[in-house]
Ligand binder design. Structure first.
Ligand code: C2O
Ligand code: CU
Length: 444
Protein backbone atom coordinates (compact mmCIF):
# COMPACT_ATOMS: atom_id res chain seq x y z
CA UNK A 1 0.00 0.00 0.00
CA UNK A 2 2.80 2.40 0.77
CA UNK A 3 4.53 1.63 -2.50
CA UNK A 4 4.29 4.70 -4.67
CA UNK A 5 6.06 6.28 -7.59
CA UNK A 6 6.53 9.53 -5.74
CA UNK A 7 8.49 9.66 -2.55
CA UNK A 8 8.99 13.41 -2.74
CA UNK A 9 6.83 15.95 -1.00
CA UNK A 10 5.95 17.47 -4.32
CA UNK A 11 5.96 21.10 -3.36
CA UNK A 12 8.15 22.37 -6.17
CA UNK A 13 6.54 25.10 -8.20
CA UNK A 14 7.77 23.61 -11.46
CA UNK A 15 5.63 20.52 -11.04
CA UNK A 16 2.19 21.78 -11.97
CA UNK A 17 2.83 23.30 -15.35
CA UNK A 18 4.54 20.10 -16.41
CA UNK A 19 1.75 17.84 -15.21
CA UNK A 20 -1.26 20.03 -15.76
CA UNK A 21 -1.03 21.61 -19.16
CA UNK A 22 -4.79 22.13 -19.18
CA UNK A 23 -4.69 25.46 -17.44
CA UNK A 24 -4.17 28.83 -18.99
CA UNK A 25 -1.35 30.56 -17.19
CA UNK A 26 -1.95 33.82 -15.38
CA UNK A 27 -4.42 32.74 -12.70
CA UNK A 28 -4.16 34.04 -9.17
CA UNK A 29 -2.68 32.21 -6.28
CA UNK A 30 -5.25 31.35 -3.62
CA UNK A 31 -3.47 30.67 -0.35
CA UNK A 32 -5.27 28.93 2.50
CA UNK A 33 -4.00 27.77 5.87
CA UNK A 34 -5.78 24.71 7.20
CA UNK A 35 -5.18 23.45 10.69
CA UNK A 36 -6.50 20.03 11.57
CA UNK A 37 -7.25 19.87 15.29
CA UNK A 38 -9.69 18.66 17.90
CA UNK A 39 -12.53 20.97 18.86
CA UNK A 40 -15.95 20.73 20.50
CA UNK A 41 -18.48 20.22 17.75
CA UNK A 42 -21.88 21.73 18.50
CA UNK A 43 -24.39 20.00 16.30
CA UNK A 44 -27.46 21.60 17.84
CA UNK A 45 -29.61 22.26 20.87
CA UNK A 46 -30.26 19.15 22.94
CA UNK A 47 -27.02 17.50 21.93
CA UNK A 48 -23.80 17.36 23.93
CA UNK A 49 -20.90 18.99 22.11
CA UNK A 50 -19.12 16.18 20.27
CA UNK A 51 -15.42 15.51 20.38
CA UNK A 52 -14.97 16.75 16.86
CA UNK A 53 -11.93 17.07 14.66
CA UNK A 54 -11.97 19.88 12.18
CA UNK A 55 -10.18 22.20 9.82
CA UNK A 56 -9.78 25.63 11.42
CA UNK A 57 -12.20 24.83 14.24
CA UNK A 58 -15.31 24.45 12.10
CA UNK A 59 -17.22 21.54 10.59
CA UNK A 60 -17.59 21.66 7.66
CA UNK A 61 -14.17 23.23 7.19
CA UNK A 62 -13.93 26.59 5.45
CA UNK A 63 -15.42 26.76 1.95
CA UNK A 64 -12.44 27.40 -0.31
CA UNK A 65 -13.45 29.56 -3.25
CA UNK A 66 -11.36 30.03 -6.37
CA UNK A 67 -11.60 30.69 -10.06
CA UNK A 68 -10.82 28.26 -12.82
CA UNK A 69 -7.15 28.71 -13.71
CA UNK A 70 -6.10 29.81 -10.23
CA UNK A 71 -3.42 27.98 -8.33
CA UNK A 72 -4.44 26.71 -4.91
CA UNK A 73 -1.85 26.67 -2.16
CA UNK A 74 -2.94 24.98 1.05
CA UNK A 75 -0.67 24.86 4.05
CA UNK A 76 -1.85 22.02 6.22
CA UNK A 77 -0.77 21.94 9.85
CA UNK A 78 -1.56 18.76 11.73
CA UNK A 79 -2.52 19.43 15.35
CA UNK A 80 -4.21 16.06 15.76
CA UNK A 81 -2.68 13.23 17.77
CA UNK A 82 -2.45 11.06 14.69
CA UNK A 83 -1.13 11.40 11.15
CA UNK A 84 -3.33 12.82 8.41
CA UNK A 85 -3.32 13.94 4.77
CA UNK A 86 -5.77 15.85 2.58
CA UNK A 87 -7.23 14.32 -0.54
CA UNK A 88 -8.68 16.82 -3.03
CA UNK A 89 -11.71 14.87 -4.13
CA UNK A 90 -12.49 15.33 -7.82
CA UNK A 91 -9.57 17.54 -8.77
CA UNK A 92 -7.41 16.88 -11.79
CA UNK A 93 -4.15 17.59 -10.06
CA UNK A 94 -0.65 16.15 -10.36
CA UNK A 95 -0.31 12.70 -8.73
CA UNK A 96 2.03 13.86 -5.92
CA UNK A 97 -0.69 16.31 -4.76
CA UNK A 98 -3.45 13.68 -4.48
CA UNK A 99 -3.11 13.42 -0.72
CA UNK A 100 -3.06 9.64 -0.48
CA UNK A 101 -0.44 7.42 1.08
CA UNK A 102 0.57 6.43 -2.45
CA UNK A 103 1.33 10.06 -3.15
CA UNK A 104 3.03 11.34 -0.02
CA UNK A 105 4.22 10.36 3.44
CA UNK A 106 1.49 11.09 5.96
CA UNK A 107 1.75 14.36 7.86
CA UNK A 108 2.72 13.49 11.44
CA UNK A 109 1.32 15.33 14.47
CA UNK A 110 2.91 18.78 14.68
CA UNK A 111 4.10 18.66 11.06
CA UNK A 112 3.13 20.71 8.04
CA UNK A 113 2.63 19.99 4.37
CA UNK A 114 2.05 22.33 1.48
CA UNK A 115 -0.34 21.37 -1.29
CA UNK A 116 0.07 23.40 -4.45
CA UNK A 117 -1.72 22.78 -7.70
CA UNK A 118 -3.61 24.50 -10.48
CA UNK A 119 -7.40 24.35 -10.73
CA UNK A 120 -8.19 23.34 -14.31
CA UNK A 121 -11.95 22.84 -13.90
CA UNK A 122 -14.92 24.70 -12.52
CA UNK A 123 -17.18 22.73 -10.20
CA UNK A 124 -18.03 21.67 -6.68
CA UNK A 125 -15.25 19.64 -5.11
CA UNK A 126 -14.42 18.62 -1.58
CA UNK A 127 -11.49 17.83 0.60
CA UNK A 128 -11.01 15.22 3.31
CA UNK A 129 -8.29 13.12 4.93
CA UNK A 130 -7.04 10.03 3.15
CA UNK A 131 -5.67 8.55 6.38
CA UNK A 132 -7.83 6.69 8.89
CA UNK A 133 -10.83 8.01 6.96
CA UNK A 134 -13.50 6.03 8.79
CA UNK A 135 -12.60 7.90 11.97
CA UNK A 136 -11.34 11.25 10.69
CA UNK A 137 -14.35 11.98 8.45
CA UNK A 138 -16.84 10.78 11.04
CA UNK A 139 -15.31 13.26 13.51
CA UNK A 140 -15.91 16.10 11.08
CA UNK A 141 -12.80 16.55 8.95
CA UNK A 142 -14.18 17.62 5.60
CA UNK A 143 -14.75 20.78 3.60
CA UNK A 144 -15.87 22.03 0.20
CA UNK A 145 -13.92 23.69 -2.59
CA UNK A 146 -15.88 25.76 -5.10
CA UNK A 147 -14.19 26.64 -8.37
CA UNK A 148 -16.04 29.06 -10.64
CA UNK A 149 -15.63 29.32 -14.39
CA UNK A 150 -16.07 32.34 -16.65
CA UNK A 151 -19.59 31.30 -17.76
CA UNK A 152 -21.60 30.33 -14.72
CA UNK A 153 -25.38 30.71 -14.67
CA UNK A 154 -26.39 33.91 -12.88
CA UNK A 155 -28.16 33.24 -9.58
CA UNK A 156 -29.21 35.35 -6.62
CA UNK A 157 -27.09 33.32 -4.26
CA UNK A 158 -24.71 30.41 -4.32
CA UNK A 159 -24.85 28.08 -1.29
CA UNK A 160 -23.06 24.96 -0.20
CA UNK A 161 -25.14 22.26 1.53
CA UNK A 162 -23.15 19.43 3.04
CA UNK A 163 -25.01 16.23 3.98
CA UNK A 164 -23.57 14.07 6.71
CA UNK A 165 -24.63 11.73 9.47
CA UNK A 166 -22.99 10.81 12.70
CA UNK A 167 -23.46 7.83 14.98
CA UNK A 168 -23.97 8.74 18.63
CA UNK A 169 -23.95 6.31 21.52
CA UNK A 170 -26.29 6.38 24.53
CA UNK A 171 -24.22 9.04 26.25
CA UNK A 172 -24.48 11.30 23.21
CA UNK A 173 -20.83 10.92 22.18
CA UNK A 174 -19.57 9.76 18.79
CA UNK A 175 -19.92 5.99 18.98
CA UNK A 176 -16.89 3.73 18.88
CA UNK A 177 -16.43 1.78 15.64
CA UNK A 178 -19.22 -0.75 15.33
CA UNK A 179 -19.32 -4.48 14.70
CA UNK A 180 -20.05 -6.76 11.77
CA UNK A 181 -23.11 -4.88 10.60
CA UNK A 182 -21.20 -1.62 10.33
CA UNK A 183 -18.32 -3.37 8.59
CA UNK A 184 -20.78 -4.75 6.07
CA UNK A 185 -23.11 -1.80 5.45
CA UNK A 186 -20.75 0.99 6.28
CA UNK A 187 -21.28 3.28 9.22
CA UNK A 188 -24.84 4.55 9.30
CA UNK A 189 -25.32 7.51 11.59
CA UNK A 190 -28.38 7.91 13.78
CA UNK A 191 -28.29 11.72 13.55
CA UNK A 192 -28.50 13.58 10.23
CA UNK A 193 -26.48 16.75 9.74
CA UNK A 194 -26.67 19.56 7.25
CA UNK A 195 -23.61 21.80 7.24
CA UNK A 196 -22.55 20.16 10.49
CA UNK A 197 -25.79 20.92 12.35
CA UNK A 198 -29.02 19.10 13.16
CA UNK A 199 -31.92 20.48 11.10
CA UNK A 200 -30.62 24.02 10.59
CA UNK A 201 -32.90 26.77 9.33
CA UNK A 202 -32.10 28.21 5.94
CA UNK A 203 -33.53 31.66 5.32
CA UNK A 204 -34.27 32.65 1.79
CA UNK A 205 -36.16 35.60 0.36
CA UNK A 206 -39.26 34.91 -1.72
CA UNK A 207 -38.73 35.26 -5.44
CA UNK A 208 -35.04 34.37 -5.27
CA UNK A 209 -33.38 31.73 -7.40
CA UNK A 210 -30.35 30.11 -5.83
CA UNK A 211 -27.68 27.63 -6.78
CA UNK A 212 -27.22 24.95 -4.17
CA UNK A 213 -24.17 22.78 -4.25
CA UNK A 214 -25.18 19.51 -2.61
CA UNK A 215 -22.32 17.43 -1.27
CA UNK A 216 -22.75 14.07 0.46
CA UNK A 217 -19.83 13.46 2.82
CA UNK A 218 -21.48 10.58 4.74
CA UNK A 219 -19.48 7.45 5.39
CA UNK A 220 -22.11 5.24 3.81
CA UNK A 221 -25.53 6.86 3.65
CA UNK A 222 -27.19 7.73 0.33
CA UNK A 223 -29.27 10.88 0.22
CA UNK A 224 -32.41 10.87 -1.92
CA UNK A 225 -32.68 14.63 -1.95
CA UNK A 226 -36.11 16.23 -2.09
CA UNK A 227 -37.47 19.69 -1.35
CA UNK A 228 -40.84 18.65 0.09
CA UNK A 229 -41.69 17.47 -3.44
CA UNK A 230 -41.12 20.86 -5.11
CA UNK A 231 -39.41 20.86 -8.46
CA UNK A 232 -35.86 22.12 -8.98
CA UNK A 233 -33.31 22.02 -11.77
CA UNK A 234 -30.18 19.90 -11.80
CA UNK A 235 -27.41 21.98 -13.37
CA UNK A 236 -24.18 20.29 -12.38
CA UNK A 237 -22.51 17.12 -11.22
CA UNK A 238 -19.06 16.10 -9.94
CA UNK A 239 -17.17 17.65 -12.85
CA UNK A 240 -19.06 20.93 -13.19
CA UNK A 241 -22.06 22.00 -15.25
CA UNK A 242 -24.08 19.53 -17.29
CA UNK A 243 -25.25 20.45 -20.80
CA UNK A 244 -28.77 21.66 -20.00
CA UNK A 245 -30.76 22.03 -16.79
CA UNK A 246 -32.81 18.94 -15.94
CA UNK A 247 -36.08 19.37 -14.04
CA UNK A 248 -36.50 17.00 -11.12
CA UNK A 249 -38.28 16.58 -7.80
CA UNK A 250 -35.78 14.10 -6.43
CA UNK A 251 -32.12 13.29 -6.94
CA UNK A 252 -30.01 10.53 -5.48
CA UNK A 253 -26.66 11.58 -4.07
CA UNK A 254 -24.29 8.72 -3.33
CA UNK A 255 -21.60 9.12 -0.68
CA UNK A 256 -18.92 11.51 -2.05
CA UNK A 257 -21.17 12.63 -4.90
CA UNK A 258 -22.02 16.22 -5.73
CA UNK A 259 -25.09 17.58 -7.45
CA UNK A 260 -25.59 21.26 -8.20
CA UNK A 261 -29.19 22.39 -8.37
CA UNK A 262 -31.06 25.61 -8.98
CA UNK A 263 -33.79 26.05 -6.36
CA UNK A 264 -36.60 28.54 -6.14
CA UNK A 265 -38.32 30.88 -6.53
CA UNK A 266 -40.24 30.18 -3.33
CA UNK A 267 -43.36 31.91 -2.03
CA UNK A 268 -43.34 34.14 1.03
CA UNK A 269 -44.23 32.25 4.20
CA UNK A 270 -43.51 28.86 2.66
CA UNK A 271 -41.73 26.29 4.84
CA UNK A 272 -39.90 23.68 2.84
CA UNK A 273 -38.07 20.66 4.17
CA UNK A 274 -34.78 19.46 2.82
CA UNK A 275 -35.34 15.74 2.99
CA UNK A 276 -34.00 12.39 2.03
CA UNK A 277 -36.77 10.15 0.71
CA UNK A 278 -37.40 6.53 1.40
CA UNK A 279 -35.23 4.32 -0.72
CA UNK A 280 -34.98 0.69 -1.63
CA UNK A 281 -31.20 0.75 -1.39
CA UNK A 282 -28.79 1.48 1.39
CA UNK A 283 -30.44 4.86 1.99
CA UNK A 284 -32.87 5.68 4.74
CA UNK A 285 -36.09 3.69 5.08
CA UNK A 286 -38.26 6.67 5.99
CA UNK A 287 -38.10 10.26 4.74
CA UNK A 288 -35.79 12.13 7.03
CA UNK A 289 -35.25 15.83 7.47
CA UNK A 290 -31.87 17.45 7.04
CA UNK A 291 -32.86 21.10 7.18
CA UNK A 292 -35.77 23.53 6.93
CA UNK A 293 -36.10 26.41 4.51
CA UNK A 294 -38.00 29.47 5.73
CA UNK A 295 -39.12 31.87 3.03
CA UNK A 296 -39.15 35.55 3.98
CA UNK A 297 -40.21 38.78 2.25
CA UNK A 298 -39.78 39.05 -1.50
CA UNK A 299 -36.64 40.37 -3.11
CA UNK A 300 -36.26 40.96 -6.84
CA UNK A 301 -34.31 38.34 -8.72
CA UNK A 302 -31.47 38.86 -11.18
CA UNK A 303 -31.15 35.14 -11.90
CA UNK A 304 -30.56 33.99 -15.44
CA UNK A 305 -30.14 30.26 -15.96
CA UNK A 306 -29.71 29.60 -19.67
CA UNK A 307 -31.22 26.59 -21.44
CA UNK A 308 -27.78 25.60 -22.63
CA UNK A 309 -25.04 25.46 -20.00
CA UNK A 310 -22.16 23.70 -21.70
CA UNK A 311 -21.20 21.20 -24.37
CA UNK A 312 -19.79 17.87 -23.27
CA UNK A 313 -18.29 15.94 -26.16
CA UNK A 314 -18.85 12.20 -25.74
CA UNK A 315 -15.63 10.30 -25.09
CA UNK A 316 -16.87 7.05 -26.59
CA UNK A 317 -20.04 5.47 -28.02
CA UNK A 318 -22.33 3.63 -25.64
CA UNK A 319 -21.32 0.26 -27.07
CA UNK A 320 -17.56 0.92 -26.94
CA UNK A 321 -15.59 -2.24 -26.20
CA UNK A 322 -14.49 -2.30 -22.56
CA UNK A 323 -10.73 -2.21 -22.09
CA UNK A 324 -10.95 -3.44 -18.51
CA UNK A 325 -13.38 -5.06 -16.12
CA UNK A 326 -13.38 -3.99 -12.50
CA UNK A 327 -15.43 -6.28 -10.29
CA UNK A 328 -16.62 -5.35 -6.83
CA UNK A 329 -17.16 -8.18 -4.40
CA UNK A 330 -17.48 -8.79 -0.67
CA UNK A 331 -16.85 -11.91 1.34
CA UNK A 332 -17.19 -12.79 5.02
CA UNK A 333 -13.81 -13.14 6.69
CA UNK A 334 -13.15 -14.99 9.91
CA UNK A 335 -10.42 -12.60 10.93
CA UNK A 336 -11.79 -9.25 9.83
CA UNK A 337 -15.54 -9.73 9.59
CA UNK A 338 -15.76 -8.73 5.94
CA UNK A 339 -13.29 -8.50 3.11
CA UNK A 340 -14.21 -6.23 0.28
CA UNK A 341 -12.42 -6.74 -2.99
CA UNK A 342 -11.70 -5.45 -6.45
CA UNK A 343 -11.01 -8.12 -9.07
CA UNK A 344 -10.81 -10.78 -6.39
CA UNK A 345 -8.27 -9.15 -4.14
CA UNK A 346 -8.28 -6.65 -1.30
CA UNK A 347 -6.37 -3.49 -2.22
CA UNK A 348 -6.03 -4.74 -5.80
CA UNK A 349 -3.06 -3.65 -7.86
CA UNK A 350 -4.26 -3.11 -11.43
CA UNK A 351 -2.41 -2.93 -14.73
CA UNK A 352 -0.93 0.45 -15.60
CA UNK A 353 -2.79 2.85 -17.86
CA UNK A 354 -1.04 4.74 -20.66
CA UNK A 355 -1.36 8.48 -21.09
CA UNK A 356 -3.65 9.17 -24.04
CA UNK A 357 -5.16 5.65 -24.21
CA UNK A 358 -8.93 5.83 -23.95
CA UNK A 359 -10.13 3.78 -20.99
CA UNK A 360 -13.48 2.02 -21.14
CA UNK A 361 -14.08 0.28 -17.84
CA UNK A 362 -16.93 -1.97 -16.88
CA UNK A 363 -17.54 -1.67 -13.17
CA UNK A 364 -19.33 -4.87 -12.25
CA UNK A 365 -21.04 -5.11 -8.90
CA UNK A 366 -21.25 -8.72 -7.74
CA UNK A 367 -22.90 -7.84 -4.45
CA UNK A 368 -26.53 -7.16 -3.50
CA UNK A 369 -25.76 -3.63 -2.27
CA UNK A 370 -24.84 -0.28 -3.83
CA UNK A 371 -21.23 0.86 -4.06
CA UNK A 372 -20.24 4.44 -4.95
CA UNK A 373 -17.21 3.95 -7.21
CA UNK A 374 -14.69 6.82 -7.10
CA UNK A 375 -11.79 7.39 -9.49
CA UNK A 376 -9.07 9.71 -8.23
CA UNK A 377 -7.67 12.52 -10.36
CA UNK A 378 -9.63 12.04 -13.58
CA UNK A 379 -13.20 12.62 -14.69
CA UNK A 380 -15.12 9.96 -16.51
CA UNK A 381 -18.35 9.80 -18.45
CA UNK A 382 -20.92 7.14 -17.69
CA UNK A 383 -21.67 5.37 -20.98
CA UNK A 384 -24.28 2.96 -19.67
CA UNK A 385 -25.83 1.38 -16.62
CA UNK A 386 -26.91 -2.19 -17.39
CA UNK A 387 -26.69 -1.33 -21.08
CA UNK A 388 -28.82 1.81 -20.89
CA UNK A 389 -27.43 5.33 -21.29
CA UNK A 390 -27.77 7.69 -18.33
CA UNK A 391 -30.47 10.38 -18.38
CA UNK A 392 -27.94 13.09 -19.25
CA UNK A 393 -24.28 13.37 -20.11
CA UNK A 394 -21.94 14.58 -17.39
CA UNK A 395 -18.42 14.47 -16.04
CA UNK A 396 -18.14 12.40 -12.89
CA UNK A 397 -15.54 11.21 -10.43
CA UNK A 398 -17.99 9.13 -8.39
CA UNK A 399 -20.80 6.95 -9.69
CA UNK A 400 -23.22 4.72 -7.88
CA UNK A 401 -22.99 1.10 -8.99
CA UNK A 402 -26.36 -0.44 -8.11
CA UNK A 403 -26.67 -4.01 -6.79
CA UNK A 404 -25.49 -6.60 -9.34
CA UNK A 405 -25.23 -3.88 -11.99
CA UNK A 406 -22.71 -3.25 -14.74
CA UNK A 407 -21.73 0.39 -15.17
CA UNK A 408 -19.61 1.29 -18.21
CA UNK A 409 -17.46 4.39 -17.90
CA UNK A 410 -14.99 6.07 -20.24
CA UNK A 411 -12.06 8.28 -19.31
CA UNK A 412 -8.98 9.65 -20.95
CA UNK A 413 -5.75 9.72 -18.95
CA UNK A 414 -4.14 13.06 -19.71
CA UNK A 415 -0.45 13.59 -19.07
CA UNK A 416 -0.30 13.24 -15.30
CA UNK A 417 1.72 10.11 -14.69
CA UNK A 418 2.05 8.60 -11.25
CA UNK A 419 0.31 6.39 -8.78
CA UNK A 420 -3.48 6.69 -8.69
CA UNK A 421 -6.35 4.81 -7.15
CA UNK A 422 -10.04 4.05 -7.43
CA UNK A 423 -12.26 2.75 -4.66
CA UNK A 424 -15.68 2.36 -3.15
CA UNK A 425 -16.46 5.54 -1.18
CA UNK A 426 -18.33 3.68 1.53
CA UNK A 427 -15.46 4.32 3.87
CA UNK A 428 -15.65 0.97 5.64
CA UNK A 429 -15.54 -0.85 2.29
CA UNK A 430 -12.58 1.22 1.19
CA UNK A 431 -10.79 0.39 4.44
CA UNK A 432 -11.65 -3.30 4.04
CA UNK A 433 -10.01 -3.45 0.62
CA UNK A 434 -12.56 -2.47 -2.03
CA UNK A 435 -10.02 -0.42 -3.90
CA UNK A 436 -7.43 -0.59 -6.62
CA UNK A 437 -4.08 1.06 -7.18
CA UNK A 438 -2.72 1.61 -10.65
CA UNK A 439 -0.09 3.72 -12.34
CA UNK A 440 -0.61 6.13 -15.17
CA UNK A 441 2.50 5.86 -17.34
CA UNK A 442 3.84 7.70 -20.36
CA UNK A 443 4.24 5.66 -23.50
CA UNK A 444 7.93 5.34 -24.17
CU1 C2O B 1 -13.01 11.09 -1.53
CU2 C2O B 1 -10.07 8.23 -2.17
O1 C2O B 1 -11.57 9.66 -1.83
CU1 CU C 1 -18.84 -0.36 -1.20
Amino acid sequence: MSKGCHGNTGTSASGESRHTPLVAAGGREVVVDLEASAHPWNIGAGFRPLEGWSYNGVTPGPVIEARQGDTLVVRLTNRLDEPTTIHWHGLRLPAPMDGTQDAQPTVAPGEQFEYRFALPDAGTFWYHPHTNETVQLERGLYGVLVVRGPDEPVVDRDRVLVFDDVRLDRSGAIAAPGGLMEKHNGRMGNVRLLNGRVNPTIDIAAGQVERWRLVNVSSARYVNFSLSGLSFQIVGSDGGLIESPVHATEVRIAPADRVDIVAGPFIRGQVVEIQSLRSAGVGSRRPSTYGTVHVGPTRPSVADVPKRLRTIVPLAPIDAEPTREVTLFGFPSLKRGWDFMVNGECHHRGEPVRVGDLQVWDIVNKTPMDHPFHLHGFFFQVLSVNGRPPAYRSWEDTVDVPPLARVRIAWLPDDRPGSWMAHCHILEHHAAGMMMHFDVVRSS
